[in-house]
Ligand binder design. Structure first.
Ligand code: PLP
Length: 456
């Protein structure tokens, strides 16, 4: 707390927390970490204990904590003007849209919203309206993948392929179909790479035929499934899906909410696979979470169909806070840091360094697979390396807790199907130093050693 006397004791805060705060996801009986400050890759809790933020918050604080120039950009913008709606325009949005378009290396128009879920909802609405205006109004379905997460709002949740997250909110939105994930470690087709004909990609062709191509508007996917367990597809996968979309005149929507802005070791995740999406959604790393902002980037020629002078073909979607000036100014400062400090390149380097150290864990009986995409990592825990039975929730939690005791915060995959919350996730800030890489590896290896010894 660096000399600042807190207004309340920790016990008082915990009591108020119990009485007033509804936490996201974690059960209310947990004793939550009350984070009070952050600097670089580290956060400090109310007891003054420091933790390495091994998940960059929720896969988002790419430039690390405590960046004064981002705070200064927000302050300057707030003093100048904090808000005017994007029904008109403003300078930070104009500059940022141009910048995003150049990061995408394509000709895109940018629609701003507040969250990743918003950005995906916008993509679905734009796709459906686009086909209506093209005279192909029967095209309304979207195909996504089991195990993927696309957001919490009803449409984005419908695209999500994680049954446990959806059960109590159904029925959801009509017109969302799912295909099996490209999951080589547990191939849903019972095959092995590379003698598999990349069935996980070819399946799109079948499902589009079964559903009727004239009913399908889009495919939505992340370059790799991140929160659903760091499921990295075969290298040919995205190209094949792109070709199938082209064959049937279907839009390819790439969700870059996590993979974008350097996380993958390229500017955007899809750049690793040489495809051009029709629509790209993004959030998190866009501002490194210093302020809420998301964007839906749409290929220029799609956008043209919304410019008719008939008074009915514009996009009927307004969002009060979307593209807020302060958030846009924050994003510009954030992207300036990513560029100046070459953090996209650093992300690729971090992934290599981490993988070199963490691959030692493949000898551990409870580690089945380790997967990387740039600097994001998933460690799939099993009870047995031969049977691949998923590790128990208890074992997974023991590793998470042992890391926390050593001052390292890591994550685990979200609910997918019951019994499969067995993948540890790591997504360090892109400024992680070589010494901090050593620290992460030592803490994780120590946590797995403790598991073998049967202690936390
Ligand atoms: N898409 C992906 C791939 C995500 O991981 C998330 C959130 O974690 C979302 C969309 C939704 O983003 P938000 O939580 O900002 O609504």
């Amino acid at each position: 707390m660096s000399g600042v006397k807190p207004a309340f004791t920790k016990e008082e805060l915990l009591e108020k927390d119990r009485n007033y705060v509804w936490h996201h996801i974690s059960p209310h009986n947990d004793e939550p970490l009350i984070v009070v400050s952050g600097e670089g890759c580290w956060v400090t809790d109310i007891d003054g204990k420091r933790y390495f933020d091994g998940m960059s918050g929720l896969w988002c604080v790419n430039v690390g904590h405590g960046r004064e120039e981002i705070a200064a950009a927000a302050y300057e913008q707030m003093k100048t003007i904090a808000y005017s709606p994007l029904i008109q325009s403003h300078v930070p949005a104009i500059q940022l849209a141009e910048k995003i378009s150049s990061w995408l290396e394509g000709d895109y128009r940018i629609f701003f919203s507040n969250s990743g879920s918003d950005a995906n909802e916008v993509a679905f609405k734009i796709a459906r309206q686009y086909y209506h205006q093209k005279g192909e109004g029967t095209r309304h379905k979207f195909i996504s993948r089991h195990r993927a997460y696309h957001g919490n709002s009803m449409g984005a949740l419908s695209a999500t392929g994680q049954s446990q997250r959806k059960l109590k909110y159904e029925p959801l939105v009509d017109g969302f179909e799912h295909v099996p994930p490209p999951y080589c470690y547990r191939c849903p087709f019972g095959k092995s790479y590379s003698s598999c004909n990349i069935e996980c990609a070819q399946i799109y062709d079948s499902i589009i035929n079964w559903e009727g191509a004239e009913s399908v508007a889009g495919v939505i996917l992340e370059p790799v499934i991140t929160g659903g367990g760091m499921i990295v597809p075969p290298p040919e996968y995205l190209q094949i899906v792109r070709e199938i979309c082209d064959k049937y005149g279907i839009l390819l929507i790439v969700d870059e909410v996590i993979c974008g802005f350097g996380r993958s070791g390229e500017k955007f995740g899809h750049h690793n696979y040489g495809v051009t999406p029709d629509i790209v959604t993004m959030a998190k790393g866009l501002t490194s979470a210093y302020s809420p902002l998301s964007a839906t980037a749409v290929r220029a020629e799609l956008y043209e169909s919304f410019r008719g002078k008939d008074g009915i073909s514009h996009f009927r979607h307004v969002n009060t806070f979307g593209g807020n000036q302060v958030s846009c100014a924050v994003a510009l400062a954030n992207l300036e840091i990513l560029e100046r400090e070459s953090l996209v390149e650093r992300s690729a380097y971090l992934g290599q360094q981490l993988s070199y150290r963490l691959n030692l864990l493949l000898d551990h009986p409870n580690v089945g697979d380790i997967r990387f995409f740039g600097s994001a990592c998933g460690i799939e825990m099993v009870e047995d390396q031969i049977t691949k039975e998923p590790a128990s929730a208890d074992k997974v939690l023991q590793v998470v807790q042992a890391c926390k005791q050593q001052g390292l915060l890591i994550g685990k995959n979200g609910d997918t199907v019951a019994g499969f919350v067995n993948i540890l996730t790591l997504c360090p800030p892109l400024i992680t130093s070589d010494e901090e890489v050593d620290f992460i590896a030592a803490a994780l290896i120590g946590a797995f050693d403790a598991l073998l010894e049967g202690k936390e």
